[in-house]
Design a protein around this ligand. Structure first.
Ligand code: ADP
Ligand code: MG
Length: 702
């Protein structure tokens, strides 16, 4: 049997495992085969290469190894039983050792005036360093023994421990399998790549990842395995993209014509920012390429995505194609529609709005105009996706995602044509570049990384609940100046009832503090009928009310330029990206805007970092990076569908450099050998096929 075959052996056949333990290993750790076991990497290592001196110890040194002598053994009586303590001394100081069990055996076996190596976890007790139940070994024995200095620690669970599968057993299993296959693995990367990035071989990496000889070798093994993992993910994404370009021919928008130029020269109300120009060039190139565009347009709130959308739709129109612009809510769709109508002025372009509440007669007319080609641009909600809505020749679909549509819904648009329209997805949620590459690696990405000129920084402060009066006073001053104010309460599903109560209590106290007739207040929350919500929202938009009390429903793109203050209640309960989105509701007009983050006095460390980040930064990308570091990719939107959650060893936030290299290399490879048929890429191809096959098996099962 070859090693490759051996690796597929069920773990039950390994000596010391058997059916019972195999079952638990599968259920708890997903280990079914020999290969799974070897691919279950240690999550940390005990470093016994370093010896500390006692005067170097810090309260957070956790596990340390020391050399010294043991003295002053004595038994201390306590409530239940007794404990044994001792001094442990080196030339720089001393600490206490303590045992709660096994005192007799220890007392008898410890040799006085002899050097020991001890290892264990440090705690601080009565201001003294203290090591309970240290591992001990005579210095002479330690010096004579030959073993790997860094010891692997595998993740475990209670069920595993109960079945006697502790760390030592895991080490044993891994060791056994490595022996079975003589430590030899099939290489998965080409010699070219291995040499270019100075990566160690697969066999070397797999051995060193479990039993590293030293930190250096461990690092090399990690680097190699991380690269491999990221490389094969990127390879899949990039192949998908290439295949799609071959499979999905796109409409060719050959020229930029009258509509575009007329608008650009006569109607454009401002000069485009360089970032907007750059993005338009990228889009223009796609539209002329002959392949279907699949582009993600990222731009912070207020960065000016709407105008980019409009100019793109004019390119479609100049080539006799219709466009659709789809927004996640009715309010947003209506706002888009109004904004576009205003921008287009008296230009002869037919544009209409289709939402859930469009009247039947109007609806019928829209359907007819779409089919005849009289209607050029349709703005709408997901109502546009409905079967009955058919276009004469839809050439472009722009989806203002704001986070609400999933990848799946994007595909739906395609069914409306024999050829799929070009697709531009706009999102206001900045995603760190590393994450975008991993989730949307098969899309092209454009970024507007510059705000229109003259925009004022939103001043952000953090205030504790006890200073609420001062905050209310500030709100009154702003309202006197003619401004409007948002006050937002959290709404998190699990504690919906409680949140609702908070909101209502808050509303009541605000009503008392800001009485009629001087102040008028709107309230909007998820329990209201959508017609009532719209009514209240409209009152605020029109300036009939000065304060909008709301749950996070308003997060989704409302535009009220006169609103200049955003108060976020219980701000510690919001994630960074949500805080940033909420703050983006203000700062849309000419006035200085403010964001006040209200919190209680007890804050977790993470909450403090989030608040501080908000106070210090207005840059969505910078905030997204901090968010990724704090939470890992798991909590960020979009990661569920992507592989980034299941990464075995790489970490897209910490291993950004490697990710960029892996992507670059994957692109190079696909460019030079699209079908991976060159003999020198044989090993890569084989591994790639195996991954794809595995994936297909899984999708068939689930
Ligand atoms: P978002 O990216 O959040 O959708 P919008 O497209 O709504 O942003 O633009 C925000 C505001 O900035 C709008 O009032 C728009 O008219 C204005 N704007 C957009 N681009 C520019 C520009 N290049 N110069 C000046 N103002 C601009
Ligand atoms: Mg927008």
């Amino acid at each position: 049997m070859s090693n490759m075959d051996k690796l597929q052996t069920s773990i039950a056949y390994l000596k010391g495992v058997g059916p019972g333990r195999a079952d638990i290993l599968g259920k708890e750790l997903g280990i079914f085969t020999f290969a799974d076991c070897l691919n279950f990497f240690p999550f940390r290592y005990i470093d016994k290469t370093k010896f500390y001196k006692i005067n170097e110890l810090l309260p957070n040194s956790s596990e340390v190894q020391l050399i010294g002598k043991i003295s002053n053994l004595r038994t201390v009586k306590q409530k239940r039983g007794s404990r044994l303590t001792a001094h442990f001394t080196d030339e720089t100081g001393s600490i206490d050792l303590v045992w709660f069990k096994g005192a007799k055996w220890i007392q008898d076996s410890i040799k006085p005036n002899t050097s020991y190596v001890i290892y264990g976890k440090l705690t601080v007790f009565n201001g003294m360093f203290n090591m309970p139940h240290p591992e001990m070994e005579l210095l002479s024995t330690n010096k004579a023994s030959l073993r790997s200095a860094l010891q692997p620690v595998y993740r475990s669970t209670e069920k595993l421990t109960n079945k006697g599968i502790n760390n030592r057993v895991m080490q044993g299993l891994v060791q056994q399998i490595l022996k079975e296959i003589n430590g030899r693995f099939e290489e998965s990367l080409s010699t070219e790549i291995l040499e270019k990035y100075r990566l160690v071989s697969k066999s070397e990496a797999m051995f060193q990842i479990h039993f590293p000889e030293n930190q250096e070798k461990l690092f090399e093994a990690q680097k190699r395995l991380k690269f491999e993992e990221l490389f094969f993910i990127q390879l899949q994404l990039i192949r998908k993209k290439v295949l799609r370009n071959i499979k999905f021919k796109g409409f060719v928008f050959k020229e930029i014509g009258d509509h575009f130029y007329q608008f650009y020269e006569k109607h454009l109300p401002f000069e485009l920012t360089n970032a907007q120009k750059k993005v338009l060039k990228e889009i223009r190139k796609d539209l002329g390429s002959g392949a279907q565009m699949n582009r993600l347009l990222q731009g912070d709130v207020g960065s000016g995505k709407t105008i980019v959308a409009l100019l793109t739709m004019l390119m479609a129109l100049d080539n006799d194609f219709q466009s659709a612009l789809i927004a996640p809510t009715e309010i947003l769709a209506t706002q888009h529609y109004n904004a576009l109508v205003e921008l287009l002025g008296e230009m002869e372009i037919k544009i209409d709005l289709l939402t859930g509440s469009t009247k039947t007669s109007k609806r019928k007319q829209i359907h007819a105009d779409l089919l005849s080609g009289d209607l050029h641009i349709l703005v709408g909600t997901h109502a546009v996706f409905e079967e009955i809505v058919q276009f004469k020749n839809l050439g472009l679909a722009i989806i203002d995602e704001q986070h609400r549509f999933g990848v799946a819904q994007r595909a739906k648009m395609w069914e409306k044509n024999h050829l799929p329209p070009h697709v531009l997805v706009m999102t206001a949620t900045p995603i760190p570049r590393t994450l975008a590459m991993s989730i949307y690696g098969d899309l092209d990405i454009s970024i507007i990384d510059e705000l229109p000129p003259g925009r004022k920084m939103i001043k952000t402060v953090h205030r504790f609940d006890k200073n609420r009066l001062a905050v209310f006073h500030f709100i009154k001053e702003e309202i006197k100046k003619g401004r409007q104010v948002y006050i937002v309460y959290p709404l998190i599903e699990e504690s919906e009832q409680l949140d609702y109560k908070d909101l209502m209590d808050g509303f009541e106290s605000i009503s008392r503090e800001f009485p009629l007739p001087d102040f008028r207040i709107s309230i909007v929350h998820g329990k209201m009928k959508s017609a009532d919500k719209d009514y209240e929202m409209q009152r605020f938009v029109k300036g009939e009310t000065q304060i909008m009390v709301a749950t996070t429903v308003i997060e989704v793109g409302v535009n009220v330029p006169n609103a200049s203050v955003m108060i976020i209640e219980s701000a510690e309960r919001f994630g960074l990206s949500q805080l940033h989105q909420l703050r983006g509701r203000v700062g849309r007009g000419a006035d200085q805007s403010y964001c006040i983050l209200m919190t209680g006095s007890k804050l977790s460390d993470d909450a403090k970092i989030r608040l501080q980040t908000m106070v210090e930064s207005n840059d969505g990308f910078q905030i997204a990076e901090v968010d990724l570091k704090l939470r890992g990719p798991g909590d960020l939107a979009g990661t569920q569908q992507s592989g980034v959650l299941n990464l075995k060893i790489a970490d897209i936030s910490k291993d950004a450099q490697l990710l960029f290299l892996a992507r670059e290399e994957a692109i190079n490879l696909i460019k030079s050998d699209p079908n991976l048929s060159d003999p020198k890429n044989f090993l890569t191809s084989k591994t790639y096929q195996k991954i794809i096959l595995n994936k297909e098996n899984w999708t068939n099962i689930s």
